[in-house]
Ligand binder design. Structure first.
Ligand code: ACO
Length: 339
């Protein structure tokens, strides 16, 4: 969808945070039957960060990333009108965005969670853009944060080697039409395939309460379950189509983009998608060897790192695509505007 409305929106600054504890593949081979060779060859991941401190939560990571972004934008928490926290691992099922708002002192901001796993950051950027373009808000803090280490079955070698914990933040701000940096988007969901990747809620047996007055079923969320092969096939076949549709709607050719920033799930997926679009591997932004798959945090974490290293220049076109549980996938195309 091309965005053609009077109010422009752009990403003003980004920030990120990762926990201190670094677990490399060697460490993991002491926990499950695996090897550094297997993990590197199949995924490209060498190490990941894990939130192990009992006193710390997803809110600490999200707050650090947010303060980092605010500082780079020379803004104060009270300047923020809206906070969108993209996460699938909140510390409160009713939502954690309110805790983030309190933690950073953004007391004037409305705050809500957005749940879309690894596509969460893309959906949150698109959502923030709508609020800016319809004139509702001017300064929006978008955070992608996940601590999937809390939801991993650490005896399942097919999933525990993949994930890491992190948070990434972006300040999306209103601007003139000429400075518009969010050019367009394309989003998709296929709920029929939700079972391929989920953290299912499992019901227990009926429980009678107060001498048979009430018969009720309760349960709990279990661990991440994923059909890796199917999710892999879905990603390499559907993500290029989403990118092409989005670029076509903007009259941009794949060869004219400067950077390809995909959800950091697997190095092989990044290269297969670039290959299908005939995009040079030099244009792939990748940092998953250091952090693994950090779910909603992976795109803003990689974007922040690329910006910090001054890889991205003014007016560069960046194609950003998220994909994952839902199943959800989508693309947002941005033109980077230096402050
Ligand atoms: N170490 C060693 N061997 C392993 C490991 C391991 N950690 N895990 C699996 N194996 C074995 C399997 O048992 C299998 O053995 P077999 O041939 O004897 O049966 C063999 O390795 C191959 O297993 P596959 O599952 O077929 O391996 P594959 O090449 O598909 O790689 C992987 C698995 C890395 C998970 C890949 O499928 C993948 O990246 N899938 C996509 C994941 C993804 O993109 N998720 C998206 C978002 S996440 C979100 O939304 C929260």
């Amino acid at each position: 969808m091309i965005l053609s409305i009077p109010q422009g929106a752009r990403i003003l600054a980004t920030g990120s945070a990762v926990p201190d504890l670094c677990i490399n593949n060697q460490h993991l081979s002491q926990i499950v039957e695996t090897s550094d060779d297997w993990i590197v060859n199949r995924t490209g991941i060498k190490e990941r960060r894990i939130l192990a401190d009992k006193e710390k939560s997803i809110i600490d990571l999200a707050s650090s990333a947010s303060m980092n972004a605010l500082q780079k934008a020379s803004m104060k928490p009270l300047d923020i009108d809206l906070i969108i926290l993209a996460t699938s691992s909140p510390n409160d099922l009713f939502g954690s965005a309110g805790q983030l708002q309190a933690s950073i002192g953004a007391h004037k901001a409305i705050a809500f969670d957005l749940t879309a796993a690894c596509s969460g950051f893309v959906l949150a950027i698109v959502t923030a853009t709508q609020f800016i373009q319809n004139g509702s808000y001017n300064n929006i803090l978008v955070v992608g944060a996940d601590v999937l280490s809390k939801w991993i079955n650490w005896t399942d070698r097919s999933t525990c080697i993949l994930f890491g914990d992190a948070a990434g933040a972006a300040i999306v701000q209103s601007c003139s039409q000429e400075d518009n940096g969010i050019l367009g988007f394309q989003l998709n969901t296929d709920g029929k395939k939700a079972y391929q990747l989920s953290i299912p809620y499992e019901q227990n047996n009926y429980k009678t309460i107060n001498n048979k007055t009430l018969k009720i079923v309760q349960g709990q969320f279990k661990h991440i379950v994923m059909n890796g092969k199917e999710v892999y096939k879905f990603a390499v076949s559907h993500v290029p189509v989403s990118i092409l549709q989005c670029l076509n709607s903007l009259n941009i050719l794949p060869k004219d983009i400067h950077w390809l920033l995909l959800h950091q799930a697997n190095e092989r997926i990044l290269h297969a998608v670039a290959n299908r679009l005939s995009i040079s591997p030099n244009k792939i932004i990748s940092n998953l060897s250091k952090y693994g798959n950090t779910s909603a945090a992976s795109i803003p974490l990689a974007l922040d790192e690329a910006l910090n290293s001054q890889k991205i220049a003014n007016n560069d076109i960046i194609v950003i695509s998220g994909f994952g549980a839902g199943l959800t996938w989508g693309t947002v195309v941005i033109k980077w505007k230096c402050k």
